[in-house]
Write a protein that binds this ligand. Structure first.
Ligand code: NA7
Length: 447
């Protein structure tokens, strides 16, 4: 990406360290006025929110945070200066993909590590092999093949679902799961059996396979009870599957303690540490909040975006998170977005593949508009309704819709529930977006 930035000489068009505070649409002029915290004002015809799907950290989660005498920060605000954790009593809240990486990385650097565990996670061991020049040569030789295939797979990665559960015997299924598990990648999730997302019985069998792998690595029944999901909790892969390296083994270290906060939640942060509901205080020098993000809609909602008739994007999304193709919003002319809800790029996608597709679609749309001498494009009410309905129909069949996680907005109190990511697949999404464009931007009004 640095290479592309340099090759296309983009740096001179980028204002770094600039925070956008508001954007207001002027229907009379068909233009947006964008204001920054730094006090700058921009007058633009098109506004494209590339604000990221996981860039609005959930930082203020507990009463009393300001009272803490030690250091406390969210993982997304990791201190830039060298953070010396040697000998420190460190607490980590959260065991999502981020918490897991932090825990496995710092366990042998800190004095004592206390992990506050609420919902157990399915995890997969990551191989992370070292690639030599020959591997690199072989991989690069596949450039044309990868370029042709990647945009059309289910998740935008090079691999796709390869096996059909019903076609195999139980022994064959197990052999497939063992082989893919040993690969040490996300393939067990995104390139094994698609039925795990739709068929509860298949989901349960694959979930039990993963639970078995996790149990085998844990020596202590109390740790198994705390860290391994239980049958009926939720299915493997119905929210983001973290990859890890020796994460479970870390809990066997004498300086690591797992504390359950499922039935005894964190009540508040006190000057000396974390106080649980039953009054227990865990004394700490550093608290690391791996508490996640207001995903998909969070970053744009933190900007005061006003569309036609002073309509507020944040207020509308607080009631109901809707978009057209995940790239536009009815009521907000000439506003485009990437990584936003109701597109694969909101969660279930190889980001580079999906963002490239969206930026290309948006660029072509703006070019087409200019070429035809038009100035304003906006989804119609019916166009948006059609996309939301299609999105929901596909999502409702997917077991992802039943599990509480950031994938459905369940991690943010009061956030309206909807599967954030389009779950029809990256290839299908691309085709639908292209068809709409070819059909004269079906679902949009152009003036
Ligand atoms: P996640 O996956 O949203 O995980 C957040 C974690 O924080 C999760 O374990 C939560 O437990 C935990 N959490 C949040 N609030 C609390 C409170 N009050 N008490 C205890 N535990 C809490 O965020 P990540 O940053 O790990 O990952 C986000 C994505 O980044 C990831 O999926 C990848 O796509 C990259 P809970 O599960 O809610 O019980």
């Amino acid at each position: 990406m640095h290479y592309i930035t340099d090759r296309l000489d983009l740096r001179r068009d980028i204002r770094f360290s600039t925070t956008v505070s508001s954007a207001e649409y002027d229907a009379g002029r068909g233009r947006w006025t964008v204001r920054t915290v730094q006090g700058d004002l921009y007058d633009v015809q098109f506004l494209i929110g590339c604000t990221g799907m996981l860039s609005a950290p959930l930082e203020n989660r507990f009463p009393g945070q300001a009272s803490f005498r030690g250091r406390m920060f969210h993982t997304a605000r990791w201190p830039r200066e060298n953070l010396d954790l040697a000998g420190r009593r460190v607490g980590v809240i959260g065991i999502g993909a981020t918490g897991i990486q932090v825990i496995q990385t710092i366990a042998d650097q800190v004095g004592a590590l206390t992990v506050f565990v609420r919902t157990p996670q399915y995890v997969l061991p990551m191989k992370n092999p070292k690639y030599g020049p020959e591997d690199e040569r072989l991989y690069k030789a596949r450039f044309d093949e990868l370029k042709a295939n990647l945009p059309h797979t289910f998740t935008g990665f090079e691999y796709d679902f390869r096996h059909v559960w019903a076609d195999l015997t139980p022994e064959q299924r197990l052999a497939v799961l063992e082989e893919i598990h040993a690969d040490g990648s996300l393939k067990l999730w995104l390139a094994s059996f698609a039925e795990m997302f739709f068929d509860e019985a298949v989901s349960e069998e694959i979930s039990e396979f993963v639970r078995g792998k996790m149990r085998a690595r844990l020596k202590d029944p109390a740790l198994i009870d705390l860290l391994v999901p239980k049958p009926g909790d939720y299915g493997f892969g119905t929210h983001r599957v973290p990859l890890e390296t020796n994460y479970l083994e870390v809990y066997h270290r004498p300086n690591v303690t797992a504390v359950s906060v499922r039935d005894n939640p964190i009540a508040e942060i006190v000057p000396d540490g974390i106080r649980l509901a039953d009054g227990t205080v865990h004394e700490l020098d550093v608290i690391i909040m791996a508490t996640g993000f207001d995903a998909g809609s969070g970053a744009l909602s933190r900007i005061d975006i006003r569309g036609r008739d002073n309509r507020s994007l944040a207020e509308e999304w607080r009631r109901d998170i809707r978009t057209t193709y995940g790239m536009a919003k009815e009521g907000f002319p000439n506003l485009f977005m990437t990584g936003a809800p109701l597109a694969p790029s909101a969660a279930l996608c190889n980001m580079t593949t999906c963002l490239q597709q969206q930026t290309e679609w948006i660029s072509r749309c703006i070019n087409a508009l200019r070429a035809s001498g038009k100035a304003v494009i906006e989804p119609t009410v019916e166009g948006e309704e059609a996309w939301v309905r299609h999105h929901d129909e596909v999502a409702d069949q997917n077991l992802i819709s039943r599990t509480n996680s950031w994938y459905v907005g369940a991690n943010v109190p009061g956030k309206p529930r909807r599967v954030l990511s389009y779950t029809g697949g990256v290839g299908t999404y691309r085709r639908k977006c292209d068809e709409a464009a070819q059909d004269g931007y079906r679902g949009f009004a152009i003036a």
